[in-house]
Design a protein around this ligand. Structure first.
Ligand code: NAD
Length: 487
C-alpha cells in the first residue's frame, strides 16, 4: 500500500465508516491497489449532514466573516506546506503525470484558492438602498447577503483538488457549512483536505468529508435530504440532470458544472499558424479536462497545412507520454479501466463514422499495467459525427474544416455544450469571434480565461451558475431585503 487510508471526516473527527467498511483505491498507473478508503454507509452520510446542519444553525460560523477569512488563509498555508503530499496523491490516485500534477492538479488549485481569497473582501454583505417614501411613510432599506446554509459538494476525479477547493473554500468563505463527497476514484484528496482542516482549526461540523465506493448512493442522499440547502455538483451532464431531478422535491438550490466539447478555432490570419495548430493536441492530463477545447476548427483554405502540422506534432510526441518519473511529462494514463474502454469505443465509433485516424487510437499495454491509450487525432471530421458532438473525456482531438468566419462560429455553437473555447487570429478579429461563441470561458490567442479570480461555468447543457471568482462565492449566498419604518 502506497497511500494512507482515506478516512471519513465528520464533525471535526477523522473516523472509519460504520462497520469499518473500506474499499480499494485503484491507481491508474498500475491498475493496482494504491490505498484503502472508508466506504460510508447511509448512516455515515446522515451523520455528516447532521453535523453540518448543527454547525450552521447553532454556531456563529456564518456571521463571522473575518474569522472565516483568517481560517481559510491559514488553511491555504497548510495546503502549501503539504504541497508534496498533494502532488503525490494526485499522481497515484488521479493518475496525473508530474508535469500535470505540478501545474493544474496542485499549483493551479492553490493559485485558484488565492484568487478566491483575493475576491473575498469584494463581497458586499450589506448595502444601504436609501429611504423610499411609499404608502404615505418613509422606509429605510437594506439589502443583505447571507450564507445559503448546508452545502452538499459532489466532485469528479479529473482534477480533484482544484474542484474540491472551488466548492469547499468558496462555500466556507460565504459562511456555509459543507459535506464534501469526492468521486469514488479519488477519495484521498478529499479525505486529506479533512485532515488538514483539523490542523487549521476549523470548528467541528463546518466541513465534513464522506467517501464511498458506490458512485451514486451518498450523492443521492445529499441531494434528497431536506437538511441540505444547496448542491454544488461538478461532473457529467447525465448525472447533473439526475441531480436536478432529485433536488426538485425539496426545491434545493442546484449548481451544476458539467461536460463540454469546446472549440479551438484557428482563423486564417492567426499569427504563428503552425505553432498554434500544433498546440491544439489534446494530451495534457490525457485530455481529462472539462473545458478542454477538443474540436479543432481550421479554415479549409489552410486545412492540408494544418493536417501536416498535426501529423508531425503527434509523431514528435510519441515517446513523450506515459512516463511516471519524468518531470516534464504532462500525460499519463486515463483514470480507470471503464474510462479506457469508453475512449477506445469512441476510436471505433470515429472510424465507423468515416473520420480518418491521423494518429494514435491504440491501447498501450506496453506502457505498464495501468490504463494507457495513445494521444489520438481524427481528421476529416464532420460536426454532426458523434465524435464531434459527444464528450469523450480522453486524449482525443477531432479536426473539422470550416469555410469562413461565420461558418466557424456556427460549427463552434452547434453543440449541446458551451463550457470553454479558444480563438486564435489577429486580436480584434479573434475577439469578435470569441464574443459570439456561446460558452462561459473563452481564451483569445492563448490568454488565460480560467483562473481563481474569474467566474467559471457553462452555457447550455454545460451547466448553470458560476464557480470561482467573486461570483463563485456569491453562488453560496442568499439575498435578503430589510425595510425599517423611518417615519
Ligand atoms: P460523474 O458525473 O460520473 O460523477 C461526478 C460525481 O457525481 C462523482 O462524485 C459521483 O460519485 C457522483 N454521482 C454519480 N451519480 C450520482 C447521483 N445519481 N447522484 C449524486 N451524485 C452522483 O462524472 P465523473 O466521471 O466523475 O467526471 C467526469 C465528468 O465531469 C465529465 O463529464 C466532465 O466534463 C465533468 N467535469 C466538469 C467540470 C466542470 O467544471 N464543468 C470539471 C471537471 C469534470
Amino acid at each position: 500500500m502506497i497511500l494512507p487510508e482515506a478516512r471519513l471526516y465528520i464533525d471535526g473527527k477523522l473516523r472509519s465508516a460504520a462497520g469499518n467498511r473500506t474499499y480499494d483505491n485503484i491507481g491508474p498507473w498500475t491498475g493496482d491497489v494504491v490505498g484503502k478508503a472508508a466506504d460510508a454507509s447511509p448512516e455515515d452520510v446522515a451523520a455528516a449532514i447532521a453535523a453540518a446542519r448543527r454547525a450552521f444553525d447553532t454556531t456563529d460560523w456564518s456571521r463571522h466573516h473575518e474569522r472565516r477569512f483568517e481560517l481559510m488563509r491559514k488553511y491555504r498555508g497548510l495546503l502549501q506546506a503539504n504541497r508534496d503530499k498533494l502532488v503525490q496523491i494526485s499522481r497515484l490516485e488521479a493518475g496525473a503525470a508530474i508535469g500535470a500534477a505540478a501545474r493544474a492538479q496542485v499549483d493551479g488549485a492553490l493559485g485558484g484558492m488565492d484568487g478566491l481569497l483575493e475576491c473575498f473582501p469584494r463581497v458586499v454583505w450589506e448595502e444601504d438602498r436609501g429611504v423610499r417614501h411609499e404608502y404615505g411613510f418613509d422606509t429605510k432599506r437594506l439589502v443583505t447577503q447571507e450564507a445559503v446554509g448546508v452545502v452538499g459538494a459532489i466532485t469528479p476525479w479529473n482534477v480533484p483538488l482544484y474542484v474540491n477547493i472551488g466548492k469547499v473554500v468558496a462555500a466556507l468563505l460565504a459562511g456555509c457549512t459543507v459535506v464534501l463527497k469526492p468521486a469514488p476514484d479519488t477519495p484521498l484528496m478529499g479525505a486529506y483536505m479533512g485532515e488538514l482542516a483539523i490542523e487549521a482549526g476549523l470548528p467541528p461540523g463546518v466541513f465534513n468529508v464522506v467517501t464511498s465506493a458506490d458512485p451514486a448512493t451518498a450523492g443521492e442522499i445529499l441531494t434528497r435530504d431536506p437538511r441540505v440547502d444547496l448542491i454544488s455538483f461538478t461532473g457529467s451532464t447525465a448525472v447533473g440532470k439526475k441531480i436536478m431531478e432529485n433536488g426538485a422535491t425539496t426545491l434545493k438550490r442546484v449548481f451544476l458544472e458539467l461536460g463540454g466539447k469546446s472549440a479551438y478555432i484557428v482563423l486564417d490570419d492567426a499569427p504563428s499558424f503552425p505553432m498554434v495548430v500544433a498546440q491544439s493536441m489534446v494530451v495534457f492530463h490525457a485530455g481529462q479536462g472539462c473545458a478542454y477545447p477538443t474540436r479543432l476548427l481550421v479554415p479549409r483554405s489552410r486545412y492540408a497545412e494544418a493536417v501536416k502540422v498535426l501529423e508531425m506534432a503527434y509523431a514528435s510526441f510519441v515517446d513523450k507520454w506515459g512516463k511516471f518519473d519524468e518531470p516534464s511529462c504532462i500525460m499519463g494514463p486515463v483514470i480507470s479501466k471503464r474510462q479506457l474502454e469508453r475512449v477506445r469505443s469512441y476510436v471505433e465509433i470515429g472510424q465507423q463514422e468515416g473520420a480518418r485516424l491521423l494518429a494514435g487510437g491504440q491501447v498501450r499495454t506496453d506502457k505498464g499495467p495501468g490504463f494507457f491509450i495513445e494521444p489520438t487525432c481524427f481528421v476529416d471530421v464532420r460536426n454532426d459525427m458523434r465524435i464531434a458532438q459527444e464528450e469523450i473525456f480522453g486524449p482525443v482531438l477531432v479536426v473539422i474544416p470550416y469555410e469562413d468566419e461565420e461558418d466557424a462560429i456556427r460549427i463552434a455553437n452547434d453543440s449541446i455544450y458551451g463550457l470553454g473555447g479558444a480563438v486564435f487570429g489577429t486580436t480584434e478579429r479573434a475577439l469578435r469571434v470569441a464574443r459570439r461563441v456561446r460558452a462561459g470561458a473563452l481564451s483569445v490567442n492563448g490568454g488565460m480565461s480560467i483562473t481563481g479570480d474569474l467566474p467559471f461555468g457553462g452555457y447550455k447543457q454545460s451547466g448553470m451558475g458560476r464557480e470561482w471568482g467573486r461570483e463563485g462565492i456569491e453562488e453560496f449566498l442568499e439575498t435578503k431585503a430589510i425595510g425599517i419604518r423611518a417615519s
